[in-house]
Design a binder for this molecule. Sequence first.
Ligand code: NAD
Length: 316
Amino acid sequence: MPEKVFVTGGAGFIPSHLNDLLVDRGYDVTAIDVIDENSCSNIAHLLKEPNFHYVKADVTDVDAMVKLTKGADFIYHMAANSDIRNGGKNPDIDYTKTFQTTRSILEAMRQNEIENMFFSSTSAVYGDRKGLLDEMTGGLQPISYYGACKLASESLISAYSYMNDFNALILRFPNVIGPRLTHGVIFDFIGKLKKDPTKLQILGDGKQNKQYVYVLDLAKGIFDFCERIEKGVNQYNVSTESFTDVNTIAQLVCERMGLEPEFEYTGGSCGWKGDVSSFAYNVDKAKARGWKYEFDSTGSVRETLRMIDVDSIPLY
Ligand SMILES: NC(=O)c1ccc[n+]([C@@H]2O[C@H](COP(=O)([O-])OP(=O)(O)OC[C@H]3O[C@@H](n4cnc5c(N)ncnc54)[C@H](O)[C@@H]3O)[C@@H](O)[C@H]2O)c1
């Protein structure tokens, strides 16, 4: 019988690519999300597959998750508020969508004796730190509610895993881009240029320099690491090892759209309060376990712009 797996946040950007791999490899996949089935464009192509199921549910509902996940072999917990900037406007957004969803899934795992989970964590747990960040970097002080709720989720996963003898793989990834994007700098720039092709507002000074990873590289990484899940709780930084600044992304988006707008900067070194304007990841631990990527950071931006459906992005 195919392994029974659940993907929370399953209609979202990264989870939808993971669903594709899981369905293709014959797993029995149930995606859970709050979005209406008929507006889930990211997974519309999967709805006809016999080994794919979609359940509209709120993952914060513990009782619903306990009922739904009975008999699961693996839970990929990816539901969260992924729009860090928006989450900065109201702390409840991340407390509910990023932290309470985790608590709920952990309770379902405890009550149903589910043995394995994946958790999508983030570079935001490190806060605004200089130097090369690796998994042993301590004294973490996140600067966004999102980063704090991901770090709190990691802590709760650690305790539940120990107390209930289950395995948890935690991957901390930076900025993920690719087809089916739902937010982020490329998404914003395209939306803004569709609204007004003559000017482009750039948050900050455009020099924010980050590591981008291509979503298909990441989805393969998640799939592969989970196929060989280790005992206990294991954390890895996964990323490309190169950087792309916001000005370069703006130029590449304009080239893709055939536009030459005037750039307007809001000023300051970061895009918004809570934004980490630059950081550098050490991914040696993940590479030693087999982490590989096809596209480097700017290659990921180029490939995203080649593959993205500009028409599907709303005016910003
Ligand atoms: N995109 C990135 O750059 C990035 C970087 C690091 C970590 N992550 C993490 O990866 C995961 C996926 O991110 P994404 O970019 O695909 O985001 P996304 O917003 O496209 O997907 C997240 C999904 O979770 C769903 N969701 C939120 N709250 C829910 C709830 N209470 N019940 C059910 N569903 C709920 C949303 O409807 C959405 O479809 C998230 O956990 C995110 O924090 C993303």
